[in-house]
Design a protein around this ligand. Structure first.
Ligand code: SF4
Ligand code: SF4
Length: 257
């Protein structure tokens, strides 16, 4: 079943024909009963859902990362502002993630398996900016990577891309589930700074000052995303920046020099 789920996700992304180009998605799994999900109420916020809130009878959580191609990352690196192509990719990839969830949900339903999911974005409290289903934390629990200084998840395909997740009542073999594969790096960390650095490229690239050596100012970052949204009025809702996702961890696990 894990291969069926993985192949379905890879096929939907591979068959996508739009403006944005993608590399092969990564897929990870966790037991719905993993105590890490309940722990997200402390880590993310008290309103964070657990898998059983999405699907009573949930047994497995599936997370996937859809990585952008290197050309898009270069465009975003070179643009003095947020690249228009990057903003378009944000919108397009959110739609793709909805398609992946829909296609996988249908394919599982044909096998008598139920699935439920949350939309790819804007599932957060608009005042506190705290998510009720954080795909990046879910993806961490599914073993897809570890967090960088920029607070994004860095996978073995980097951090430039977008995440989706589903909950199913399919039971998967124990050996396919995190925590056995919770991090992609044997040290447990992928971010260069957390591995002894130096790096901090994400801080240098942040145009708003939200990301500093002192921490991350969520409200300041979000104000900048709103500015970007206003900058591209013809694109539709694009609260996006991601300049911090174009450093050495954008496309792969960065090497320590
Ligand atoms: S840019 Fe450097 S410091 Fe920032 S998250 Fe990536 S590896 Fe870590
Ligand atoms: S998304 Fe943009 S504004 Fe927010 S922390 Fe990253 S670089 Fe800074």
């Amino acid at each position: 079943m894990d291969n069926f789920i993985r192949e379905t996700i890879v096929d939907v992304v591979g068959g996508y024909r739009g403006r944005t180009a993608y590399r092969t998605p990564l897929v990870g799994f966790a037991a719905a009963s993993d105590q890490g999900f309940a722990g997200l109420r402390d880590v993310v916020g008290p309103g964070h859902l657990i898998p059983h809130d999405l699907l009573p009878g949930a047994r497995t959580v599936v997370a996937f990362f859809v990585p952008f191609d290197s050309e898009l990352v270069c465009l975003q690196r070179e643009d003095s502002y947020v690249s228009r192509a990057w903003a378009e990719a944000y919108i397009e990839t959110n739609r793709l993630i909805e398609s992946v969830c829909g296609a996988l949900g249908d394919a599982l339903a044909e096998k008598g398996i139920m699935a439920a999911w949350q939309q790819p974005t804007h599932n957060f409290d608009p005042v506190e900016l705290v998510s009720i289903w954080s795909h990046k934390h879910v993806a961490y629990l599914c073993g897809l990577g570890s967090f960088g200084r920029h607070r994004m998840l860095i996978t073995r395909a980097g951090c430039a891309g977008r995440l989706g997740s589903l909950v199913t009542d399919a039971a998967l073999p124990e050996e396919t589930l995190a925590p056995h594969k919770r991090t992609a790096d044997p040290t447990g960390e992928i971010c260069l700074t957390w591995r002894g650095g130096p790096c901090d490229a994400c801080i240098r690239r942040c145009p708003s000052g939200a990301l500093t050596t002192d921490g991350f100012d969520r409200q300041r970052c979000y104000r900048y995303l709103l500015e970007v949204n206003d900058h591209f009025p013809d694109l539709g809702l694009c609260h996006v920046c991601g300049k911090c996702a174009t450093g050495p961890c954008a496309l792969s696990i960065p090497s320590v020099e």
